[in-house]
Design a protein around this ligand. Sequence first.
Ligand code: E4P
Length: 217
Amino acid sequence: MKFFIDTANLAQIKEANDLGILDGVTTNPSLMAKEGIKGTEAVMQHYKTICEMVNGDISAEVISTDFAGIVEEGKKLAAIHKNIVVKVPMIKEGIKAIKWFTDNGIKTNCTLIFSAGQAILAAKAGATYVSPFIGRIDDSGWDGVELIAQIANIYSIQGFKTEILAASIRNALHIVKCAEAGADVCTCPLDSILGLLKHPLTDIGLAKFLEDAKKFA
Ligand code: E4P
């Protein structure tokens, strides 16, 4: 399973990248706004900076909702760097645009996926990735990880090449469950990635080893 970081914060991207386990980055308009980035030029420059920091797929989301606008915006985003993946919402015009990007060799990430039907449609259009939002599904009283397993099963039966990018991750357990359920990628906040490190018995065990090491140092 590939690890992406789900943020537009450069310090967090650097920290995750320095671990040596980072395969890419996802952003969305809310994450960009959180970093205080304003204006098209600044947004484009921010994506370029991220692409220069991380050697992997970088999702950049369009904000247009009509076919022509999505294609126009997506072409500009894709021109920033070869690793840009154009992130397109799961709407009718978005599906048409994903098909256009597929036919023109531009990678896509179909976002805001909440059902298996949506994941099938995105795969039919040739999306490189689909992003089921598992945390938001959990928040609404359903089981987000179950959706990952359902999509993985369907893609395997049907031979779809689209990769399942588990998004809206809330904690380390989500990452483990998505790995079990067959996600190809997990995009996670830094805290959830670092949460994988933690076990109290590791801390107790290390403290004891270091204490005993003083006996022969
Ligand atoms: C990433 O691709 C998604 O936009 C992101 O994971 C959504 O996460 P949230 O539900 O925490 O906003």
